[in-house]
Design a protein around this ligand. Structure first.
Ligand SMILES: *[C@@H]1O[C@H](CO)[C@@H](O)[C@H](O)[C@H]1NC(C)=O
Ligand SMILES: *[C@@H]1O[C@H](CO)[C@@H](O)[C@H](O)[C@H]1NC(C)=O
Ligand SMILES: *[C@@H]1O[C@H](CO)[C@@H](O)[C@H](O)[C@H]1NC(C)=O
Ligand SMILES: *[C@@H]1O[C@H](CO)[C@@H](O)[C@H](O)[C@H]1NC(C)=O
Length: 342
């Protein structure tokens, strides 16, 4: 969407200003970006109006429970005393939470596919948090609700914990803006409650970069998939940063189909990791610039949802993708790539 590039331009202007006067703290930078956009767009952002937005964000948020890939319960996030009996979920089992992005909802094709894959491979309780009402307006409007949404999702998880769910059996997934939410929610709960595993897909950059957030403080194992340079973040502070396609910046398959860009392809690829092997390169490709430590990667290592997270494999991992669905490369093709690199 063109909005994203506008934000990036604004960001660059701000960085230049920052370099000139150097007095802004990182936090101020974040709000300064907001203020500049808001000044023209949200003239009527009175306190009352802000409170109304806050109320709307939570009131319109839906918590949808799935058991064995069947929707069992849908409830409002506003009331945190859900009767979980109806959900078929029990506090002694695993739980997974799915967070969508801007102009998306829990009924999007990728969300239903992911819920299906998680139900099949992970089992337990799968919960999708739908904030599509707030997510359906401008990115700026959604962005101004970031802290409100983070707070509301945090209280949903706290309510689950209060009912006996164990964060050690918890998993969060977030795509794009939802990836930023997953990290912020995890960091909100940390270190009192440590979510076992958080996976994000092309976590949003606009409005968030270049603020140096430590995403590894969001959970015990935080792995972030990166797939685009225009919409994804450049902050690679997760335990594992998986650079898909060309250096995590572009996917070759944008050329073979019209409906998904490099950003959107991230979730498609993540969903396919359940069924297809996505082999990692054992070294950083020469064309990929990085100042981050490369991961020590076991032979034949594949990336994706990992039921038993290997805490030994951390750092940056490069995973080339192919031109066509399901986007994986064979071991042979990967070896050829490595040889050409070497
Ligand atoms: C500002 O917002 C309030 C509440 O939504 C509305 O009643 C009022 O008409 C708005 N004022 C302007 C100038 O848009
Ligand atoms: C889950 O759903 C599938 C298909 O609807 C069904 O065959 C299976 O028995 C269900 N499993 C459980 C544990 O309910
Ligand atoms: C849920 O089920 C348990 C056990 O069957 C029961 O004790 C409890 O009262 C039920 N909760 C609600 C809110 O109905
Ligand atoms: C993707 O993985 C499948 C299953 O292992 C394999 O049969 C297929 O050849 C791979 N795709 C490509 C393009 O090599």
């Amino acid at each position: 969407m063109p909005l994203f590039s506008i934000f990036h331009s604004i960001l660059i202007i701000f960085i230049l200003q920052l370099l000139c006067n150097g007095t802004y703290s990182k936090l101020n930078l974040k709000y300064a970006i907001l203020r500049q956009k808001q000044a023209s767009k949200l003239q009527n952002d009175t306190f009352v109006n802000q409170q109304r937005i806050k109320y709307d964000a939570q009131k319109t948020m839906r918590v949808i429970f799935y058991k064995n890939n069947t929707k069992t319960l849908e409830t409002s996030a506003y009331d945190d005393t859900y009767d979980l009996n109806g959900s078929g979920c029990s506090a002694s089992e695993k739980f997974a939470i799915v967070l969508h992005g801007w102009i998306q909802s829990c009924t999007d094709e990728w969300a239903t596919s992911l819920i299906e894959r998680l139900s099949y491979y992970r089992g337990g309780c799968v919960i999708c948090i739908d904030y599509s009402v707030v997510a359906s307006s401008s990115y700026m409007r959604l962005y101004t609700n970031f802290n409100t949404l983070t707070g509301a999702i945090t209280s949903i998880i706290l309510a689950l914990i209060k009912q006996g769910f164990d964060p050690k059996r918890g998993y969060l997934f977030g795509f794009s803006f939802g990836g930023q939410l997953a990290s912020a929610v995890g960091r909100n709960l940390y270190p009192h409650h440590v979510i076992e595993s958080i996976d994000t897909c092309d976590m949003a950059g606009p409005g968030f970069d270049p603020i140096a957030v430590d995403h590894s403080k969001a959970g015990k194992h935080v792995q972030c998939f990166h797939s685009s340079q225009d919409k994804g973040t450049f902050v690679y502070s997760c335990h594992r940063n998986i650079m898909l396609g060309s250096c995590g910046l572009k996917q070759p398959s944008v050329a073979s189909q019209l409906h998904l860009g490099s950003h959107g392809l991230c979730v498609d690829i993540y969903i396919n990791t359940f069924d297809y092997p996505f082999y990692a390169l054992n070294s950083t490709p020469p064309e990929c610039f990085t100042w981050h430590e490369a991961a020590k990667i076991p032979d034949g290592y594949t990336v994706g949802y990992e039921e038993n997270f290997d805490g030994q494999v951390t750092g940056q991992i490069f995973v080339p993708t192919s031109l066509h669905y399901p986007y994986n490369l064979s071991k042979k093709q990967l070896m050829l790539l490595s040889k050409n690199n070497g």
